[in-house]
Design a protein around this ligand. Structure first.
Ligand code: ADP
Length: 527
């Protein structure tokens, strides 16, 4: 196979750039051999090999100064850099770049927890700090702070926050709890946001907004800078914790479930991020599919019902948790339980825990609701025969039962029509829902993956017609989804492009990320 180099860059410029990267970080931290660069491919790619996303090389700096020097070289030779923190962006592309030929800027060696502030409940971290690293650090230092973790919890705190990932505690909107960033801009300038913009600030992690425009959001899901430090608020350990599930037997109760949750989510009686998943999703942690169905044919509704019955699961399973003062937590749960009791075919389980938690006594659901990283949800990818991953379509939905019902019916039918089971569900946000609709990826079965890609593309189009945008996406859908946000001839994307052109005239930072292409690439898609 011909060596991959960035588009529009000569081989000699590329080689010079690689030599200069070596001089900055040391030869052992520049990866150019196919065997090593292949590690940056999307391990769960839905693409055929000829359309996949390939890096040309990778460089792994140890410090912000090295990042700045790398950016200098990238500008000199017009080398596109694709920044990753730990590169575990499962179902959305892993560590692979949007544009083939980009050099992966792997920040995992910058992995210091720079500060844990117990009094004001925040941390300051570098990109390579994983959720597991931070959790271990907090335990070792006997911290009284709780994290919020996505599922699975193997990625980085900073990368997940930049992608606007979701956790399940009251701090589950990770970007919502971010405070203060340090960013290397495309021209190599080091900038701090919020109060960090002062020479000396004693409140960088306490005030998000600083003075003037609030810009932190510009560095999330974007290609405007390389974030080298980030502040994040953590939750003070509550005195008491309850976690459990509401199981609802019937498929047609989704609307009532959402409408039951809404007032409690709005008035704060429920302050966690509840998840509302199908029994199939839950079954994947408890059993193997072959016990109930051999072969790849999707399970019929009757087969699903009897499996759920056997496993004491509902068609819908609402995971909920309550925190804080014991009397208040119990009171809130009782209100919620009473409201759910009006639904037909409902059953409850709820467990109580005093703090500090004894981790050994917790199941995966409780761990997720208590912000303890774990890999339990990984089991979903072992569900179908031969499954090696999933590609997710992740539309947003208002917190309104009727709309959630419509969205579920439309997308679950599209999944079924493509020949698969719907193994998805919703995660609650303050006033909305993130809907996760996975489609299977089967290694060595290109026709299955192609059908999956076509189905997802159709879903994006159907979503666009109804105003349901994706909140996050895999590399292969970035352009299509960016275009689905098309109000006033795509004014939002044009705005992003103007910022891109002003900040990054050489187009060196993550070309194509979120559909934002630098000017020089915009005439044609170079990938
Ligand atoms: P994680 O391993 O935490 O799941 P990744 O490291 O894969 O997350 O990052 C997810 C995406 O976020 C990357 O593909 C990249 O587009 C962006 N990203 C990650 N880290 C940075 C960073 N430090 N600066 C700018 N963008 C980043």
């Amino acid at each position: 196979m011909k060596a991959i180099i960035p588009p529009g860059v000569s081989e000699s410029s590329f080689n010079k750039a690689i030599d200069e990267f070596r001089a900055i970080v040391g030869a052992e931290w520049v990866f150019i051999e196919t065997k090593k660069v292949d590690l940056y491919r999307d391990a769960y790619t839905p693409m055929d090999p000829e359309d996949d996303f390939y890096a040309s090389a990778a460089v792994a700096p140890k410090s912000t100064e090295e990042v700045q020097a790398i950016v200098g070289v990238a500008n000199k030779y017009k080398i596109p850099l694709w920044s990753i923190s730990t590169g575990k962006n499962l179902a959305y592309g892993g560590s692979a770049p949007r544009m083939t030929g980009s050099v992966v800027l792997d920040l995992k060696r910058m992995n210091r927890v720079l500060e844990v502030n117990e009094e004001l409940a925040y941390v300051l971290v570098e990109p390579g700090v994983s959720f597991f690293d931070l959790y271990d650090h907090l335990r070792k230092t006997n911290s009284k702070l709780w994290m919020s973790v996505p599922s699975p919890g193997w990625g980085s705190v900073l990368g997940n926050t930049l992608e606007r990932g979701a956790g399940y505690t009251p701090y589950g909107d990770h970007f919502g709890k971010q405070c203060g960033m340090e960013v290397v801009l495309a021209n190599g300038t080091l900038m701090r946001t919020g109060n960090g913009a002062m020479e000396k600030s004693d409140s960088w992690q306490q005030f998000k907004y600083g003075f003037g425009p609030y810009v932190d959001g510009l560095f999330t899901q974007s290609n405007f800078g390389i974030v080298t430090k980030m502040g994040l608020w953590l939750m003070p350990e509550p005195e008491y914790f309850m976690c459990g599930m509401v199981h609802v037997r019937d498929e047609d109760q989704l609307q009532n479930i959402i409408d039951t949750l809404r007032p409690f989510m709005l008035d704060g009686s429920i302050d966690c991020a509840p998840s509302i998943y199908t029994g199939t999703f839950e079954a994947s942690f408890k059993t193997v599919r072959s016990k109930y169905k051999e072969g790849p044919q999707p399970m019929t509704k009757q087969e699903l019902r009897s499996m759920y019955e056997d496993l004491d699961l509902g068609w819908w399973n609402v995971r909920l948790s309550f925190y804080g003062d014991e009397v208040i937590a119990k009171h809130n749960w009782n209100k919620v339980k009473t409201a759910f009791s009006r639904l037909p075919g409902v059953s409850f389980e709820m467990n109580e825990f005093s703090t500090p938690l004894n981790e050994g006594a917790l199941g995966y659901n409780e761990k997720l609701q208590a912000g303890i990283p774990n890999m339990a949800e990984w089991n979903v990818i072992n569900w179908g025969p031969g499954l090696s991953g999933h590609m997710d379509f992740s539309p947003t939905c208002p917190l309104i039962g009727k709309t959630a019902e419509k969205q579920y019916r439309l997308f679950s039918k599209m999944v079924q029509d493509a020949g698969y089971e719907y193994v998805g569900g919703f995660v609650g946000r303050e006033r909305g829902l993130l809907h996760i609709v996975p489609l299977p990826i089967l290694k060595d079965m290109p026709e299955v993956n192609q059908r999956g890609r076509e189905t997802v593309r159709k879903m994006v189009d159907e979503g666009k017609k109804r105003g349901w945008g994706a909140y996050r996406t895999h590399l292969f859908l970035m352009d299509q989804i960016a275009e689905s946000y098309s109000f006033n001839e795509g004014a939002a994307l044009r705005f992003s492009e103007s910022i891109k052109d002003a900040l990054d005239p050489n187009g060196i930072l993550a070309p194509g990320k979120q559909g934002i292409w630098p000017k020089s690439y915009r005439q044609e898609d170079p990938s």
